[in-house]
Design a protein around this ligand. Structure first.
Ligand code: HEC
Ligand code: HEC
Length: 200
């Protein structure tokens, strides 16, 4: 086989394995199916192995919508969203890096949360979510779609931190949607919602 023929065969093999890896019933992606972009190594320190962050204040990236991840990286780099840890990292990424990293993290399996939430908070959080129509944008059970993030199973403290940031207008890269929703939430509502959504 010629060099280019072999490269084509390798590409097709990667494409097929990626399709198999998306089968929800299937096992984890076979080793090497979609090679991790080199810069993933930088992310692991704060976002955990394969984007499964164990630090409660940091977001899980595994299984997040690729479109949303890309938009956030772009916003951090442009200064529309800012964080003392994340902003300097975004400065080091090209647009190609951002696409590559976003697509890869979106394909990783998100972890299961390993703590027991307060049942009373979960009940109140669920009622608040229904009342505030969060699912209008985030879909049922906060699965997310395109530029609307998945929040189901996200780290509890990170969810609460973001709702407080939207409410305080220290995070404003949402075109007004979340800042207006969060403005209606009390401190207790935010804690209840975080307990509820992180355990979906
Ligand atoms: C030094 C720690 C650190 C490193 C390294 C780091 N991040 Fe982050 N990242 C954070 C923190 C903290 C946040 C949450 C900021 C906030 O609270 O608004 C974040 C947020 C994000 C978000 C937004 C997620 C969401 O749900 O809104 C994305 C996307 C992201 N990081 C991608 C990456 C990628 C890709 C890399 C590797 C190239 C990386 N990060 C490396 C600390 C880090
Ligand atoms: C009108 C549409 C809309 C509604 C209603 C809405 N959201 Fe959002 N939400 C968004 C969008 C869009 C974003 C992403 C903003 C951005 O681009 O940074 C977001 C972001 C978030 C985030 C940050 C996620 C992350 O990874 O950083 C949380 C948490 C969240 N929403 C929770 C909620 C909750 C809880 C409710 C109901 C009380 C709600 N949302 C209602 C559209 C909506």
């Amino acid at each position: 086989m010629s060099g280019s023929g072999r490269r084509l065969a390798a590409l097709l093999w990667v494409a097929c394995s990626a399709a198999l890896a998306q089968d929800p019933g299937g096992a984890a992606a076979p080793a090497g199916a979609a090679a991790a972009p080199a810069k993933v190594a930088i992310c692991a320190a704060c976002h955990g192995p394969d984007g499964r962050a164990t630090i409660q204040l940091n977001p899980i990236l595994a299984g997040q919508s690729a479109r949303y991840l890309f938009l956030e990286l772009r916003d951090f780099k442009a200064g529309r969203r800012s964080d003392p840890q994340m902003s300097p990292i975004a400065q080091t990424l090209t647009v190609d890096d951002m696409h590559e990293l976003s697509n890869w993290f979106a394909q990783q399996q998100p972890p299961r949360q390993n703590y027991t939430p307060d049942p009373q908070r979960v009940r109140l959080g669920q009622a608040k979510a229904a009342e505030t129509l969060c699912s209008m944008c985030h879909l049922g059970e906060f699965k997310g779609q395109n530029e609307v993030p998945r929040v189901a199973g996200q780290n509890r403290d990170y969810i609460a931190k973001q709702l407080r940031a939207f409410k305080a207008h220290t995070r404003t890269n949402d075109a007004g949607t979340m800042t207006s929703v969060a403005g209606t939430l009390s401190d207790a509502d935010i804690d209840n919602l975080a307990d509820y959504i992180s355990n979906l």
